[in-house]
Design a binder for this molecule. Sequence first.
Ligand SMILES: [Zn+2]
Length: 523
Amino acid sequence: MATKIHSGVIYLGNSSFTDSIYVSDDGIVINVEMYESSQTKSQIDLSNAFLSPAFRDAHSHPLFAGRESRGLDIADCRSEIELKVKLKRYAEENPELTWIDAAVFDRSLEMRFDRATLDKAVDDRPVVLHGDDHHTLWVNSKALEVAGLLNGALPTLESGSIDLDEEGLPTGILREWPAMSLVMNLAPKLTIEEHVSALLWSDRTMAAAGIVECVDAWIDKGMAETYLAAWRTGNLNLDYTLAFRADPKTFLEDLPYFIEQRKFLEQTRGQIRGTSIKFFADGVFGSASALVKEPYLSTGAHGQAIWPEKEFKEAITSAHTNGFQIHIHAIGDAATSLCLDILADLQDLTLAPVIAHAELTDQNLLYRMSALGVIACVQPYWAQNNGLLLSCEDHLGQERIERLYAFRDMFETGITTVFSSDWPISSYEPIKGLAVAVNRREHSQQPEHNINQAVSVEQALNAYSTNVKLMLKDKATGTLEIGQPFDAVVLDQNLFEVGNQNLQATKVLATYKAGKEIFRANP
Ligand SMILES: [Zn+2]
C-alpha cells in the first residue's frame, strides 16, 4: 500500500523542503505519479509536525548501555551519603546478587573516591561503580580482594593504572581497560538471552530517539554473536555497523576471527555489518592519558600511547588492506597527529578512515584531516561547560579548553564531520547533541563553551544523517529524496523555526525505517 504523508513541514535533506511525501509499499520514497497509480493508498496526517531524515549515530556502545541499564542507576547521586544509602538499600533488597554493578558516578563531585567509602555501604560482595567517562572504575575492597589486588604484588599493565594509597595498596580506583579488566573479567557472566535482551532494550531506546542506524564502536569476542542472536529474534529495528576492537596484545591472532565474523554477518543482508575495526591511539583528558603535544599542566607528561608506534602502524595497515574501515579513538592533538602520519601512508583510501573524538585539534591538524579525506566522528553533547569539561581543566589549562570540540572549523575545513553519542558515556538522544552543537550549552544557566565553534541546525542534522552515510560509503544517502528508503523521524516542532534555545525541548513523535514505523510516542 502506497502512503501519502502530508500536513506538516518535511525536510528532505540537502536544504530542500516539501509539504507532502509519498512512500511505496516497500518503503521507498516515490513521486506523486507513482503514488496516484498505486492500487491501494493510505494517508498519514502529520498534524503540523516536522518530518526529517532519521538520525544515525556514528559511534555508540548499545550493548554496553543495555548491560549497564540492568544494574543500579547511581547517576542522580550528588553526595557520598546519597550514594552510600542507595548502594546499601540495593544490596539489602537484592540479597541474591553476588556482585553489584552500578553506573555512573560523576567524577567531578566532592567525594572520597576510595574503597573505604564503598566498604561502608557494602563489604560482603564486590561492588563495581562505573565512572561517567567509562574509563574509570571505583570498586570496594571485596572486588580488589577477589581480583587478587590486595596481596602486595600488582600486575604490570600495558597501559592504564591502579591508584595506590600511601601504603602502596590500591585505593579502589582503576583507570583504563587493562586495569579495569582485572576486576571486570571476574564479573558474573550474563547468559546469551540476557545479552540479547539488553541489546534489544538499547535498540528500542534508540528507535524512540529517532535513530535508525548505529555504529557499535567496541566489539569484543562474543558480541557479534549477540547481535546475530538478536537479529534472529526478528525484533532488531536498527541497522548496525560493528567495529571489532583491536587489542595490541592479540590483534594479529584476532584478525582472522574478525574476517570470519564479517562474512558470517552477511546472512543479515546488510542489517548488521562487521566491516570496521576500532583502534585506540590514546586515553582520555580526565585521567591525563590522552596524547598531547604540549605537556599536561598537572603531570608535566604527554599522556600514554596505547600501542608501540611500529605495531600500531602494522595493525592499521593490515586492517586496511583486509578491507576494514579504520575507526580510531584519538582524543589528544598528538594522538590525531600520529594517526594522520600513519593514515597518510595507506594505499587507496576510498573507504575513509574515521578519527573518533578528535577533541583537541588545531587548524593544521584539520587541514591534514581534510586533505586525507579522514572523517571526524565527534560527540556534540560534550561541547558544554559541565563536569566532564571541568575534569579536564587542571590538566589542559584554559587555552586548550577553549580549543576543544572545534566543530565549526571542521565543517569549514571541508572535513566530513559526523555526530555521535558515545552512549552510555553520554546521552543517546540526538536532539540533545544537536541542541548543544548549535548552542554550545545545554541550558540557559550554563556559560557557553566557545560559541565560535557553534554549527547551524542544518549542519547538525547532516552530521546526524547524510554525513554518516558518506562515512559508511553506502548507496543510500540518508536523505528523503525519491528512490531513497523512507528512514524518517517525526518531531513535534520544526527545528529550523523553533529558535535555537528551544531545540532541546523537541520531542520525537515517531520513527520510520524503510517505511516501517519502528516507534510511535504515546499520545
Ligand atoms: Zn566510544
